[in-house]
Ligand binder design. Structure first.
Ligand SMILES: Cc1ncc(COP(=O)(O)O)c(C=O)c1O
Length: 452
């Protein structure tokens, strides 16, 4: 199994041909799920005592397994938050896998960690975070949010201990209703309580509403406020400047969840929406969403990384050799062993330059604005809200929930588009999340035409 021989060489060539072939598909087939029974019948027994051989296994993967997975990089995959990695990032993921890099510590992965940190610094600069800001690439926004909240709670406990206060420990997190489900999940994992702040007239978390809730509930009971820079359902960016001001006033940690929307920092046409983000204590953005990296990749940044080390640094005699290192990524999130998952983003940024990222993000915003205009032009459609970023939510006049579901299922069955409905205040509605620069105006028109 180990060692490079003639079989390995043939398999290597086949894998590179497969990867190249997949990348050349334009567009890639949408594909779709199959039942366990259908997969069992088509795939059969694959793990056997003698093995099937690499070439046969690769053929089976391409024919039966890959085709039962939707292509989230398809230009008409507009559900949830798609993923449209650059070819450079995808290919470099292969290099990362082949390089035997342990990226949990500086001792073992200094070069990789250095390069990942360059990519993190680019993001920190976009947000206007100070020079000492830093963090780690984690698997996704859920883990990023959890780690940030763990750091926030630890910082609050340290402050309380240092102040000699005998008050009960802060156990609550303030958040607006539109925040991602992972915030609730993080609170459940941490046994913390979520307190909902009503949105303003634009459905944003704002300083005024936050202050009202904090004062009514007791600000000392909160260890964090979570603002969202691009909600999942609507792409709404909270009023970060006023929220940051209130957090500073009460001395509460501000975490900004930009898992989806944070990429908008690189787009001049929407950058102003993020004003105030430079005051965040922690911030996440998922490059696997709108920064064109493959799964799975979330950039987690702390204003003061020292605050994250207390609860995250693992201590043991066998780890002593790792202390005093320049930067151990595992000090900033839950988990010790890690893949250098930030490297595909770093490689693609280094390859193409940041202007290309700005252009690609702006291109998706142009298509979003086109979609809004098309919706406005069609009497049978109506947008629920003007898009802050690249999510458009709209209703088909006269449709009930089952009409949306039937329409969505039919487009999926035909492998034409993947657009699942969402709901808002109990009403089922349609939603586009446009983060793929290969999604065109024609794609939008073609989908909207099916709703006539
Ligand atoms: C705003 C926001 N936060 C957090 C997440 C969770 O990210 P992940 O799915 O990478 O865990 C998402 C996912 O869509 C999101 O949109």
């Amino acid at each position: 199994m180990h060692g490079f021989n003639a079989d390995t060489e043939a398999l290597g060539e086949a894998i590179l041909r497969y990867v190249e072939g997949r990348m050349r598909l334009d567009p890639v087939p949408l594909d779709g799920p199959r039942t366990i029974e259908a997969l069992q019948g088509a795939v059969g027994a694959t793990i056997t005592a003698g093995g099937m051989g690499g070439l046969a296994t690769l053929r089976l993967f391409g024919k039966e397994i890959a085709t039962a997975c939707m292509s989230s990089d398809h230009p008409r995959y507009l559900s949830f938050i798609p993923c449209a990695p650059t070819e450079a990032a995808v290919m470099f993921d292969l290099v990362v896998a082949a390089s035997g890099i342990y990226a949990g510590s500086w001792l073992e992965g200094a070069g990789a960690v250095f390069a990942e940190n360059v990519a993190l610094r680019w993001i920190a600069d976009l947000a206007g975070l100070p020079p000492e800001a830093g963090g780690v690439f984690v698997p996704g926004g859920t883990i990023g949010n959890l780690s940030a909240l763990v750091a926030a709670r630890s910082a609050a406990r340290i402050r309380q201990t240092e102040s000699g206060s005998m008050a009960p420990r802060a156990t609550r997190v303030a958040v607006q209703q539109g925040a991602h489900s992972s915030i609730r999940s993080a609170c459940d994992v941490m046994d913390a309580d979520l307190v909902s702040v009503p949105g303003d007239e634009h459905q944003r978390l704002s300083g005024d509403h936050l202050r009202t809730v904090l004062e009514a509930e007791g600000p000392e009971t909160f260890f964090a406020v979570v603002a969202t820079a691009g909600t999942t359902n609507f792409g709404i960016v909270d009023d970060l400047a006023s929220v940051a001001q209130v957090c500073a006033e009460f001395g509460i940690w501000l975490h900004v969840d930009g898992a989806y929307g944070g990429a908008g920092l690189a787009a001049p046409s929407v950058r102003h929406l993020f004003d105030g983000i430079e005051q965040a204590d922690s911030f996440i953005v998922d490059p696997h969403k709108w920064l064109f990296a493959p799964y799975d990749c979330c950039a987690l940044l702390y204003r003061d990384p020292v605050a994250a080390r207390g609860p995250h640094t693992q201590k043991a005699s066998y780890l002593d050799v790792l202390t005093d290192a320049q930067w151990n990524p595992s000090d900033y999130s839950i988990g010790l062993t890690r893949r250098a998952r930030g490297l595909p983003l770093w490689f693609s940024l280094a390859t193409h330059g940041t202007d290309a990222y700005t252009e690609a993000i702006e291109r998706t915003l142009v298509v979003t604005r086109f979609a809004e205009a098309e919706i406005g032009r069609r009497p049978y459609l109506e947008a629920l809200r003007e898009a802050d970023l690249s999510v458009v939510v709209f209703r088909r006049r006269g449709w009930e929930a089952e009409d949306y579901h039937a329409w969505s299922a039919e487009m999926m069955r035909e492998e034409f588009a993947f657009v699942v409905p969402t709901s808002h205040e109990g009403e089922t509605v349609a939603r586009f999340a446009i983060v793929n620069p290969t999604t065109t105006e024609d794609d939008i028109v073609a989908i909207l035409d099916t709703m006539a």
